[in-house]
Ligand binder design. Sequence first.
Ligand code: FES
Length: 175
Amino acid sequence: MKASSPASSMMTPTLMDLVIKKHQGKPGELLGILEELQNRHPHKYLPAETLEYVAEKSGLPVSQVYSVATFYAFFNLKPQGEHTLVVCRGTACHTRGSKSLLASLKKILNLKEEEGAEKIFLTTADKKFTIKTVACFGQCAMAPVVEVDGKMHSHVTEMKLKGLIDALVKGEKKK
Ligand code: FES
């Protein structure tokens, strides 16, 4: 596999080399490298070229790097919008209305679900918002739970959800 031209990752080899070096020899080295590279990417994801580059530079099989990146739900293999909203689809959240929260979210952001998609990962055309689903956040007592840009919100109602989106939209307009 080609690993020497990570141009589409929008990250320079020099930057990636620095990140790789920074984590080398530390516990959880590979996780640390992937996490930092994802966080530094403007669209918060790990392009294939990045994974291949990391494998080459770390002396690891590409398959091992891919399996780590696909095992942890935290890692994204597709570009994300500037804001990410994650709706829990676990049983507790489902019984407390997460399905309708998700439907409202898609309606507000004008996003359509792919037919038969197991997991939802939708990004608006302007790359401002991504909505995703998760099997369970492990915070079932606070159901329904929605995570917005990494911050967990509990007992989310339609009104609360609308307020959260309005705040994000207003923030975007101020930019
Ligand atoms: S079911 Fe939603 S947090 Fe567990």
